[in-house]
Design a binder for this molecule. Structure first.
Ligand code: HEC
Ligand code: HEC
Length: 381
C-alpha cells in the first residue's frame, strides 16, 4: 500500500515537472520568434481591402486602436496588429543591460584603433548621424577594396531575426566580432590583438571595469562584442508610423494612409511585417519571377538548394534614408524598388499613382535619431 502511494506521488511530481518544462520551452520559443508572421498572414489574403468598406466612416472599427484624427483610407484592421510600436530597447537574452555597458559600447563603436590601420571604426561604414549606413553601394574595407555586399543600417537591427543579409550571425553581439576580424573590413588578426590594443590604452580600464563590475580581467574580445551589441540594442528610431499605429491617425496624411493601404493590399506585409516592417524572415529575391543576380544569398552558408537567392527581408524602417538598395546596392530610388518588388516578389503590376502612394507611406517610417545617445564620445587616451 505504502509503495503504491510512493509510486503515485513520484508520478505526480514527474507530471508537474514535465508541465513546467513544457511551459518554459514554449515561453522561450515565443521569445525567440516574436512574430509568427506566416500564420497571421494566411488569414489575410491580398485583396482583403475590400473586406473593409470604409474605415473612415466607421470611426475606429473592430481591432483598431481608438484614436485621434481620422482614418482616411481603407486600412484593414488586422494591419494594426501585424506591425508594432518600437520598444525602448531590444532586450538581450543572456545578460542585463546597463548604462555603463552602452557607454562603453558607444566608445568602441567609434574606436578606429579597433582596425588594423587605425583608420576604420564601425561608424565609418555605419555612420550614426546618417541613419547608420554610408550611402554607397559597396563600402570599402581598411585596404580600400570594396566589400561584397551593401552595408545595412545598424538602427533597429538588434530586433531582427538574425544579422547580415544572409543571417549568418544570430545576434548583434555575435555580429560585432565579425567586421573587427574580417580581413576585408577592419582587419585585426585575432581576438588577442584586439585585447592587447585596448589594454594598451589606459582610458579603457575604468570603462570596462564599470561595464563588467566584479570581473578582475574585463578587457576581453567577448566583452567588446557584448558592449557594442548592448549599445546597438538602444539604436531604435520611433517614427510617425508608431504614433499612427498607437491611434494618432492625424500623423499620416491621406496619401500616406492610402500608401499603407496599398502596401497591405498588394501583399508587401507577407514579408515586410512586424515592429521592424521586415527583418524577421528569409525570402528569395525573385519569388514570382527570377531576378538576375549573382549573389546566392543564404545558399553560400547552408548549401541548401532551397536557399539559393534567399536573403533576410530588410527592415523598411528609415528606408527613405538608406539608399542605395538591395544586398548589392544596385537600386537607387524607392520608386524603382517598389516596382521591382511588386513584379518580382508579388507578380503584380503597379500604377505610377500606387508607387507614389507607397513611397509616401515609406517616408513615414523615417524615425528620429537619438541624437544625444549617439553623439560621438571622447575616445580614451
Ligand atoms: C568596411 C565597412 C564596415 C565596417 C567597418 C563595419 N561594417 Fe557592419 N556591415 C558592413 C557590411 C557590408 C554589412 C553587410 C554584410 C553582409 O550582410 O554580408 C554589415 C552588416 C552589419 C550588421 C547587420 C545589420 C543587418 O541588418 O543585418 C550590423 C549590426 C553591423 N554591420 C554592425 C557593425 C559593427 C558593430 C561594426 C564595428 C565592430 C561594423 N559593423 C563595422 C560594413 C561594415
Ligand atoms: C516575398 C517576400 C517579399 C515581398 C512580398 C516584398 N518584399 Fe521587399 N524585399 C524582400 C527581400 C528578400 C528584399 C531584399 C532582397 C535583396 O536585397 O536581395 C526586399 C527588399 C526591399 C526593399 C529594399 C530595402 C533595402 O534596404 O535594400 C524595399 C524598399 C522593399 N523591399 C519594399 C517592398 C514593397 C513596397 C513591397 C510590396 C510591393 C515588397 N517589398 C514586397 C522581400 C519581399
Amino acid at each position: 500500500m505504502k509503495r503504491r502511494q510512493l509510486i503515485i506521488s513520484i508520478l505526480a511530481i514527474e507530471v508537474i515537472i514535465a508541465g513546467v518544462l513544457l511551459f518554459n520551452y514554449r515561453y522561450l520559443i515565443a521569445r525567440l520568434r516574436p512574430v509568427q508572421v506566416n500564420q497571421v498572414l494566411e488569414i489575410l489574403p491580398t485583396g482583403s481591402l475590400q473586406a473593409v468598406e470604409s474605415a473612415s466612416q466607421a470611426g475606429a472599427p473592430n481591432g483598431l486602436p481608438a484614436g485621434q484624427g481620422q482614418l482616411l483610407a481603407a486600412i484593414p484592421p488586422a494591419m494594426f496588429s501585424l506591425f508594432g510600436v518600437l520598444p525602448q530597447e531590444a532586450p538581450p537574452l543572456n545578460y542585463q543591460m546597463s548604462d555603463a555597458l552602452t557607454t562603453l559600447g558607444k566608445v568602441l563603436f567609434y574606436e578606429s584603433r579597433l582596425s588594423v590601420n587605425r583608420l576604420q571604426s564601425c561608424n565609418s561604414c555605419h555612420a550614426l548621424d546618417s541613419f547608420g549606413m554610408d550611402g554607397i553601394p559597396l563600402s570599402k574595407g581598411h585596404d580600400g577594396l570594396p566589400v561584397k555586399r551593401n552595408a545595412p543600417t545598424v538602427y533597429n537591427a538588434a530586433l531582427h531575426i538574425a544579422q547580415f543579409w544572409d543571417g549568418r550571425s544570430p545576434t548583434v553581439e555575435e555580429q560585432a566580432k565579425v567586421p573587427i576580424l574580417s580581413s576585408g573590413e577592419m582587419g585585426m588578426l585575432d581576438p588577442e590583438q584586439v585585447e592587447r590594443t585596448l589594454s594598451s590604452i589606459p582610458g579603457y580600464a575604468p570603462l570596462f571595469a564599470a561595464a563588467f563590475p566584479g570581473d578582475p580581467d574585463p578587457i576581453t574580445f567577448d566583452h567588446v562584442a557584448q558592449a557594442v551589441g548592448a549599445f546597438e540594442r538602444r539604436l531604435l528610431t520611433p517614427s510617425r508610423f508608431d504614433r499612427f499605429l498607437a491611434g494618432d491617425y492625424a500623423q499620416l496624411n491621406e496619401q500616406e494612409q492610402r500608401g499603407f493601404a496599398t502596401f497591405a493590399d498588394l501583399g508587401c506585409p507577407n514579408c515586410h511585417v512586424g515592429t521592424t516592417v521586415g527583418g524577421l524572415q528569409f525570402k528569395k529575391l525573385g519569388e514570382k519571377e527570377p531576378y538576375p543576380i549573382e549573389d546566392m544569398g543564404r545558399y553560400t552558408i547552408s548549401n541548401l538548394e532551397s536557399d539559393k537567392y534567399v536573403f533576410k527581408v530588410p527592415s523598411l524602417r528609415n528606408v527613405a534614408k538608406t539608399a542605395p538598395y538591395l544586398h548589392n546596392g544596385s537600386i537607387q530610388t524607392l520608386e524603382e524598388m517598389v516596382a521591382l518588388m511588386a513584379r518580382y516578389q508579388l507578380g503584380r503590376t503597379v500604377t505610377p499613382e500606387q508607387i507614389a502612394d507607397i513611397v509616401a507611406f515609406l517616408h513615414t517610417l523615417t524615425g528620429e535619431i537619438p541624437i544625444a545617445y549617439v553623439a560621438p564620445p571622447a575616445l580614451p587616451q
